[in-house]
Design a protein around this ligand. Structure first.
Ligand code: SF4
Ligand code: SF4
Length: 93
């Protein structure tokens, strides 16, 4: 399922990938696949910026601004009576 088109902050440095497969295993949205012992982004717009891949990528080949595009924050902002309040969900720590 696509989340939002062309907005994710997810970045992958293919040269930094050691092929550990952690990102494939932890991503809840099947954003990655392995090819030739390296991770590839195959569904970028499915990324919900949860940050799990970055936290589990030991060589630092992945970066993402976790929580920036969080659906919970967007829903909270849309339904809030306080329009001056910044959207937040608390998942980014
Ligand atoms: S977690 Fe990082 S090093 Fe491991 S496969 Fe994914 S991108 Fe490569
Ligand atoms: S931030 Fe979360 S949803 Fe996005 S690619 Fe990483 S693990 Fe998958």
């Amino acid at each position: 399922m696509m989340y939002l088109r062309n907005v994710t902050s997810l970045r992958l440095d293919p040269e930094g990938c050691n092929g550990c497969t952690q990102c494939v295993q932890v991503c809840p949205r099947a954003v990655f696949q392995m090819a030739d012992h390296r991770a590839q982004i195959v569904s970028r717009d499915s990324c919900i910026e949860c940050g799990a891949c970055q936290r589990n990528c030991s060589p630092g080949a992945l970066s993402v601004q976790a929580g920036v595009g969080c659906a919970a924050a967007m829903i909270s902002a849309a339904t809030s009576r306080n329009r001056r309040k910044q959207p937040e969900c608390g998942c980014s720590g």
